[in-house]
Design a protein around this ligand. Structure first.
Ligand code: AMP
Ligand code: GLY
Length: 423
């Protein structure tokens, strides 16, 4: 089968590596891809933003399955466009992608189907949002309803900070994403990410992970797309996984089917695990970046067969097999990330990094200039270690990174500290 993979990050490089191993694969196409993915796939001259272009390419190239990496084309309805043309796609329809595209939609689904989440209210104007914040007090969390590239959430320590966030959102700081605002209670506990594969009616657990969102060591500095991650998340043991399926994932699948928007694809639940169990912070409707880089190396089954089963509404009865090994990935970013990453820095030594024992390299913001590999974005590449424990995986990732020659780059040296502290 021919596959078209859409995206260009470390997540898509990890997806390309796993799909490449499938006996079902004939040709792998990618758009736009990156130099790392290009070593495994043929670059397709299409853009995920151009639905008609994707459909035309798939017809011409005989693509049997489109795999959509990022949320923006899913929320815009790319899967609907493919399916209307008779082309299978992995990912939710536009209606089902509201689980990521509208925080208010998800909160209302939680309320209606008794899914545990923070208490909330939704507002269309600043005055009533401010009045609610003053009644509730701080800390409190203010969220732009729509997609805001990971920036639309403000955890406010004071009522004044919450009011400032509300003002900024209604003044258009996040464009139309902030036309509606969700205000919710601050949750205490340990954060973890949980991924389930879904075929519209059934869901099965895939894997768990934890990431580090802040740019600086010790969880300091600005929020980023994630500076590193590891899988599995120690806080999600088998009993907790069963509970998350029963209390959060399965009611969501039933609710979406009842609303006429059955969910197909991967459901990524951001959770707060507190004293009284798991609560939903948010859903994403695609694989995580960098979580994918630590989950897929642990997968022992054929990823492509699983993606196809989700798209065709026929997930197998038994959950996929993941190894007991741990994986830990370190995001290498360009100095200045996230505000003003320095572009164009030379990257050398990647072959030695990848040859280091138990290490894998995925590329993200890179480009080739002749033979030279250069940085071309904030999140440049990921180095993943695999080992019997998180500690061993971490040792392998950092040992491999010693071979990297990229003067303009930086990375956190404390990825996985929370898992290591547990012992
Ligand atoms: P999100 O963009 O929804 O992932 O939110 C970004 C981060 O804000 C999350 O990873 C949490 O650390 C934090 N956060 C969001 N909602 C809450 C909440 N209700 N209570 C505590 N922290 C939250
Ligand atoms: N690492 C978080 C995300 O992919 O949204």
């Amino acid at each position: 089968m021919n596959i078209l993979l859409l995206g260009s990050g470390g997540r898509e490089h990890a997806l390309a590596m796993a799909i490449s191993k499938s006996p079902l694969l004939t040709r792998l196409y990618v758009a736009p891809g990156n130099p790392g993915i290009a070593a495994l796939a043929e670059i397709a001259p299409v853009s995920a933003a151009d639905e008609a272009g994707v459909v035309a390419f798939c017809r011409a190239a005989g693509v049997g399955l489109v795999v959509v990496g990022q949320e923006v084309p899913l929320v815009a309805g790319l899967v609907d466009a493919c399916e209307a043309a008779g082309i299978k796609a992995f990912g939710p329809s536009r209606a089902a992608a509201r689980l990521e595209g509208s925080k208010g939609f998800t909160k209302e689904l939680c309320a209606r189907f008794s899914i545990p989440t923070a208490a909330f209210a939704r507002f269309e104007d600043a005055a009533s949002a401010n009045a609610y914040v003053r009644r509730q007090g701080a800390p409190i969390v203010v969220k732009a309803d729509g997609l805001a590239a990971g920036k639309g959430v403000i955890v406010a320590e004071t009522v004044e900070a919450a009011e400032a966030a509300i003002a900024a959102m209604f003044e258009g700081a996040f464009g139309s994403a902030g036309a509606s605002v969700v205000v919710e209670a601050f949750l205490e506990g340990e954060e973890a990410s949980f991924f389930a594969l879904c075929d519209g009616t059934r869901a099965m657990p895939f894997a768990s992970a934890q990431d580090h969102k802040r740019v600086g060591e010790g969880e300091t500095g600005q929020n980023t797309g994630g500076m590193g991650a590891y899988s599995p998340a120690p806080v999600i043991d088998d009993a907790m996984s069963a509970r998350v399926m029963r209390e959060i994932v399965e009611p969501t699948l039933r609710g979406m089917a009842e609303l006429g928007a059955p969910f197909r694809g991967v459901l990524f639940a951001g959770l707060m695990i507190g004293a009284d169990g798991p609560k939903l912070i948010e859903f994403n409707v695609r694989f995580g970046d960098p979580e994918t880089q630590v989950m897929l190396p642990r997968l022992e089954d054929d990823l492509l067969a699983l993606l196809l089963a989700c798209a065709e509404g026929r997930l197998p009865a038994a959950p996929p097999r993941l190894s007991d090994k741990a994986a830990l990935t370190v995001v290498v970013a360009a100095k200045g990330y996230p505000d003003a990453p320095r572009k164009g820095g030379a990257i050398r030594g990647l072959d030695a990094v990848a040859a280091s024992p138990g290490a894998l390299v995925t590329q993200a913001g890179t480009r080739l200039d002749g033979e030279k590999l250069l940085a071309d974005g904030g999140r440049v590449l990921n180095v993943t270690g695999l080992g019997a424990t998180v500690a061993e995986a971490r040792g392998r990732a950092y040992a491999a990174l010693e071979k990297l020659d990229y003067a303009d780059g930086f990375w956190r040296r404390d990825i996985g500290w929370r898992a290591l502290e547990r012992g």
